[in-house]
Design a binder for this molecule. Structure first.
Ligand SMILES: [Zn+2]
Length: 532
């Protein structure tokens, strides 16, 4: 779940980048040949001011030619931003420039395809690393990168297309507890009241979902799930409430591992944090808003959403911001699937009816498809379309294919794109392979076309036959879909499935007597608006 608080705008074109990969619609300028394989960030934090001192070791594998590449970093202007003091290639000073928030590095001439560069920098981050106090007045440092704020404090390829392993080496006053993406591999008390804490994540991660948390924490191991430690990191003032509220993460993790496939990260920490979002699905170190913790188990749906992202968004990531429904729509629907598993099918219907209402309201003001290539700012890709409508697409796909094929397709998709990137066409291809069905019409109308069917229905009965007429009133497109019709007779509801393929159709259903009522889609499988 993400909720926007601040606006953001961005920039930049360099001639030596590919203008855009095929299928890619967002405006990020990708490196033509350089593929970042690993980052090591040495960061020094202090209590006197909000300046950070950084040293980034960036290992780059060049796919073909070894040529100039760029890293994102917000440069200094007035009070905020970073200054770069040195850039090295191995031990030698590297040729580089730093302007317009890009560090352009020119590698030395050599045949070596894999190189490590070191960037030394310092400054006060305006965003991305939130240096503030908790609601209890304790000084705190929290990474909050989504979608592209890592560049405020970490020189990096700040786009999910290029994922890399990451190590955080955090040096901070020794009264702080430090958590970060990865497994803790070192905690050492240094001289001058400082402590070094190192975390290392061997799976490749996108910069949008890496984080650190540095403050006073109460920490508890909630359980291990198939060897994955599940922990809670909460403010000491919220210790027992937090441990209690975050405990459900263990059930959620087990459900997703059992149903989707292996978890990708070293641990699963659940962290109370200062974040601009309700929750942020940082890989293996999820941030939840400060007031998520009250001991009343009110955030189970949020926890399920963020943990679902570990598979979808974090491990199988969108390759392009315009396909973010592969992250948010999936997290929305998989949180519903988890809750359906715990609380029954009534819960699925309840959630989807609420979402359907939101989709209809949203469409009145914003008639646009889920994948909307006109959006170029990644902050604007989050909407009812990419969350609720994306979730609804999966609900309809499940109904179309049946539970068995739906889950087999989901598992296959995850297996194929685990620790990698995908576009909608990749997901469609997997679902087609698994089901043997052509799903062009399905994906075109639900993902790439705006709106949904607006249905006007009528019925009549004569001599053992009930005639049902279905009209689609929307002008822009004719949708094709299976529709369940509930025939109500003497308090009993009987389901009949029909296939709607045109704007105006009539169906005959054999019934012994005149029905008491006809109900469209009583089991909540179709996204539509019912019109009088
Ligand atoms: Zn989300």
């Amino acid at each position: 779940m993400k909720r926007l608080i601040l606006g953001f705008s961005f920039i930049n074109i360099f001639a030596f980048f590919y203008p855009n990969l095929s299928n890619a619609q967002d405006t990020y300028q990708r490196n033509a040949s350089a593929d970042v394989r690993g980052y090591i960030f040495n960061l020094t934090l202090n209590d006197e001011n909000n300046e950070i001192n950084g040293e980034a070791l960036v290992t780059v594998a060049f796919k073909n030619e070894v040529n100039t590449f760029a890293l994102d970093l917000i440069g200094k202007s007035e009070n905020y931003g970073m200054e770069v003091t040195h850039v090295f290639e191995g031990e030698n000073p590297a040729s580089y420039s730093f302007n317009q928030n890009k560090i352009k590095i020119v590698p030395a001439t050599s045949g070596e395809k894999t190189r490590t560069f070191k960037i030394e920098y310092n400054g006060v981050p305006e965003r991305g690393l939130v240096i503030d106090t908790t609601k209890f007045g304790q000084r705190s440092f929290f990474g909050d990168n989504w979608p592209n704020l890592a560049r405020h404090w970490l020189p990096s390829v700040d786009h999910p297309y290029d994922k890399a392993t990451i190590e955080f080496r955090i040096t901070a006053p020794d009264h702080y507890d430090v958590v970060a993406t990865g497994e803790k591999i070192e905690e050492s008390y240094l001289e001058d009241g400082l402590k070094l804490t190192t975390y290392k994540e061997p799976a490749p991660v996108a910069m949008k979902v890496v984080t650190i948390g540095v403050t006073k924490f109460a920490t508890r191991l909630l359980d291990e799930v198939y060897g994955i430690p599940v922990t809670a990191w909460v403010y000491p003032e919220n210790r027992l409430d937090g441990f209690s509220d975050y405990k459900v993460a263990t059930n959620v993790l087990k459900y997703f591992i059992d149903n989707i496939g292996p978890y990708s990260y070293a641990k699963l920490a659940n962290m109370q944090a200062k974040t601009q979002w309700g929750g942020l699905e940082n890989a293996g170190t999820i941030s939840y808003f400060e007031n998520s913790v009250n001991g009343k188990n009110e955030v189970e749906g949020l926890i399920a959403h963020e943990i679902a992202h570990q598979w979808f968004g974090d491990s199988a990531s969108e390759n392009d911001w315009n396909h973010v429904w592969l992250s948010e729509g999936f997290a929305t629907y998989f949180a519903i699937l988890y809750q359906e598993n715990v609380y029954g099918d009534t819960k699925r219907k309840e959630e989807l009816l609420l979402d359907r209402k939101q989709i209809i309201d949203y469409y009145q003001k914003n008639p646009s498809p889920i994948v909307d290539p006109t959006i170029t700012d990644p902050m604007k890709v989050l909407s009812v379309n990419t969350y609720q409508k994306g979730g609804w697409v999966l609900n309809m796909l499940r109904h179309k294919l049946g539970d068995g094929l739906f889950w087999e397709g989901i598992r296959t998709y995850y297996k194929r794109f685990r620790n990698a990137n995908a576009l909608t066409a990749d997901f469609q291809k997997v679902m087609e392979e698994v089901s043997g069905e052509n799903l062009d019409t399905f994906f075109q109308q639900w993902v790439f076309t705006e709106g949904y069917p607006e249905i006007q229905s009528d019925w009549s009965y004569a001599s053992g036959k009930t005639k049902v007429s279905i009209k689609q009133l929307q002008k822009h497109h004719t949708f094709q879909f299976p529709l369940e019709i509930g025939i109500v007779q003497n308090g009993q509801l009987v389901l009949q499935q029909i296939k709607v393929t045109s704007k105006d159709q009539e169906f005959e259903i054999a019934t012994k007597a005149k029905p008491d009522a006809i109900v469209l889609d009583p089991e909540t499988w179709l996204l539509f608006a019912e019109k009088n």
